[in-house]
Design a protein around this ligand. Structure first.
Ligand code: GAR
Length: 197
């Protein structure tokens, strides 16, 4: 399964996929990495792996629609079977989603705490358990059919950063395991139900 991975930051989820894909038995290969900004560690990781990269910045396009189309065209050049949003901090359009099956990993237990501050919102709410969710992207904000979830405890003295790092340890394992199973066993969506295998 050919993966195009989109990132906006440090790219540790991308790195976990790259490490898994080094084993041919994993069943998937990252064919390109895209970003919405320059100078991020996620792109440096792609460069170190010798992968094709592209950057598509919103500010370089006259409208969000133009940006989205340019992003989709850049993705299409690599002919992915699946697009993985791995810390990509932008929403993509329905047109984008019509072109590529797309999954996203989110650092909270959906449908709780959608958006860009999942760990901070969970901490502020005072939950004792949060986690991460891998889902098939639809037109909403972190609303798509759920592929996998992992629970992570919130500890008494957590800061947002400490909590997010704890979530990311489990999140990376969930992402690698689930994408690998999708690649090896196939997957289908029926309403809100996703079946792997
Ligand atoms: C991950 O925790 C991912 O779930 C989150 O950004 C982090 C990226 O970490 N994404 C979102 O919050 C999207 N709403 P990474 O760059 O080290 O993989």
């Amino acid at each position: 399964m050919r993966l195009v991975v989109l990132v906006s930051g440090s790219g540790t989820n991308l790195q976990a996929l790259l490490d898994a894909c080094a084993d041919p038995a994993y069943g998937a290969v990252v064919v390109a990495v895209g970003a919405d900004r320059d100078g991020i560690e996620g792109l440096a990781r792609a460069e170190r792996s010798g992968l094709p990269m592209f950057v598509c910045r919103l500010a370089d396009h006259p409208s969000r629609e133009d940006w989205d189309r340019a992003l989709a065209d850049a993705v299409a050049e690599h002919d992915p079977d699946l697009v993985v949003l791995a810390g990509f901090m932008k929403l993509v359009s329905e047109e984008f989603l019509d072109r590529f099956p797309t999954v996203n990993t989110h650092p909270a237990l959906c449908p709780a705490f959608p958006g860009t501050n999942g760990p901070g919102d969970a901490l502020a709410y005072g939950v004792k358990v949060t986690g991460a969710t891998l889902f098939v992207v639809d037109g909403g904000v972190d609303t798509g059919p759920i592929l996998a979830q992992v629970a992570v405890p919130v500890e008494a003295d957590d800061t947002v950063e400490v909590l997010h790092e704890r979530i990311k340890v489990s999140e990376r394992a969930m992402l690698v395991e689930t994408v690998g199973r999708m690649a090896r066993e196939g997957w289908s969506v029926d309403g809100r139900s996703v079946r792997i295998g």
